[in-house]
Design a protein. Structure first.
Length: 159
């Protein structure tokens, strides 16, 4: 593979590829297997779903930026703004004795500068019922790693 020029790394379905786009920070692909920004964002995204499945409030809390600029839209909920409301929502969700299982499909991650985002389909298994939620998760790079600043989940209507 030759020089990529001005490009970002995209990850789709677990495969890294380049996407040429004017005005974006230059990246290179490391065939030696080192972690790229997109990979790190995908890892933070997976940690989010691991904490969700485990109903682990401490793990969920560690993944979010604790500020007033964060936002979260759970399917069927109004948008919550600020860490206080968001952590209260996770506490309420985790009180449900029924645990959700996620099968994530079509993950797509992009990292540009200190911002990364993932679009993914959350295929939820809840007992014998199943549903799909289209999600957008936004992360920022901090000294301690990638932290979530926004989560938006929208139910996918069955045809």
């Amino acid at each position: 593979m030759g020089p990529l020029g001005r490009s970002d790394l995209l990850t789709q379905g677990g495969r890294i590829r380049s996407a040429r786009s004017a005005g974006r920070r230059e990246r290179t692909i490391n065939d030696a297997g080192s972690t790229t920004d997109a990979d790190a964002v995908l890892a933070a995204n997976q940690a989010f779903y691991d904490a969700f499945e485990a109903a682990d409030l401490d793990a969920m809390s560690a993944l979010w930026e604790h500020s007033e600029r964060v936002a979260c839209t759970h399917p069927g909920w109004a948008t919550l703004r600020g860490w206080g409301g968001i952590v209260a929502s996770w506490y309420a969700i985790f009180q449900n004795p029924q645990r959700l299982q996620f099968i994530l499909t079509e993950p797509f991650a992009l990292a540009e500068g200190d911002v990364g985002w993932v679009t993914v389909n959350e295929n939820l298994l809840d007992g014998q019922l199943g549903s799909t939620v289209a999600a957008l998760n936004v992360f920022i790079r901090t000294e301690s790693g990638w932290l979530m600043v926004a989560h938006h989940g929208s139910p996918v209507m069955r045809s």
